[in-house]
Design a protein around this ligand. Structure first.
Ligand code: 13P
Length: 251
């Protein structure tokens, strides 16, 4: 069976001292043994978090990495090989804030996915529709295009060591969570798209839901058959709330 994963995306939040406080809170959490837990701090604080969480069963990931795998002349970017070197195990790819605010295309997303994977990082591919796309009845089409572009470029086999996160843009940071049924519908479609290429592989791919996940809504979402955990933004900045979400994934 798929092991649940809960990852906290801290986005562009934190200072040296607030990160130290959050590490202290995370260290004190009682975490369920059957759930993988990860946090994704801003790049600047990754080493601080890795050192601060040493010995605690929480993985550390990054929120973005470069299109090229190895270090070199690419000002302002971080190579996935550098992230692996400091101890990161995963990286978000194609978060909607990067697609929509920074104009990251499907092509760039595929390149980042491949570069990250070639360095041993697990890419967490983020997909999801905007409110206008949902209202136009295009949700499944948009998500299928975003996922399909990576499958077309890299082959479905790339998903043997990857995670997919469905994050409806209208639910991110808005307090509007997709209903468990709305989320399940899209998760089932994602799994079916993977299964159309390789049924056995599709059964093992972890699909996370993200978008205003809170402790109060987590258990019901994670109880759906194709939802294998969460990608948590705002609520992951509060250690106790994040711990409660992790425990919901273990119940
Ligand atoms: P919120 O949980 O703050 O809605 O953010 C979700 C998200 O974008 C995680 O990547």
């Amino acid at each position: 069976m798929r092991r649940p994963l809960v990852a906290g995306n801290w986005k562009m939040h934190g200072t040296h001292s607030s990160v130290a406080e959050l590490i202290k809170g995370l260290r004190q959490l009682a975490l369920p043994s059957g759930v993988d837990v990860a946090v994704m701090p801003p790049c600047l604080f990754i080493s601080q978090v890795i050192q601060g969480l040493a010995g605690k069963a929480i993985d550390v990931g990054a929120q973005n990495s470069a299109v090229e795998p190895m270090q070199g002349a690419l000002t302002g970017e971080t190579a996935p090989s550098q992230l692996a070197d400091v101890g990161c195990s995963m990286v978000l790819v194609g978060h909607s804030e990067r697609r929509l605010i920074l104009g990251e295309s499907d092509e760039v997303v595929s390149r980042k996915f491949a570069a990250a994977q070639s360095c041993g990082l697990v890419p967490v591919l983020c997909v999801g529709e905007t409110r206008a796309e949902r209202e136009a009845g295009k949700t499944l089409e948009v998500v299928a295009r975003q996922l399909g572009s990576v499958i077309d470029e890299l082959g479905v086999g790339a998903f043997a060591r990857a995670v997919v996160a469905y994050e409806p843009v209208w639910a991110i940071g808005t307090g509007l969570t997709a209903s468990p049924a709305q989320a399940q519908e899209v998760h089932a479609a994602i799994r079916a798209q993977l299964a159309a290429e390789n049924a056995e592989l599709a059964k093992g791919v972890r699909l996370l839901y993200g978008g205003s996940v809170k402790a109060a809504s987590a258990a019901e979402l994670f109880g759906m058959p194709d939802i294998d955990g969460g990608l948590v933004g705002g609520a992951s900045l509060n250690a106790d709330e994040f711990g409660a979400i992790c425990r919901a994934a273990g119940s």
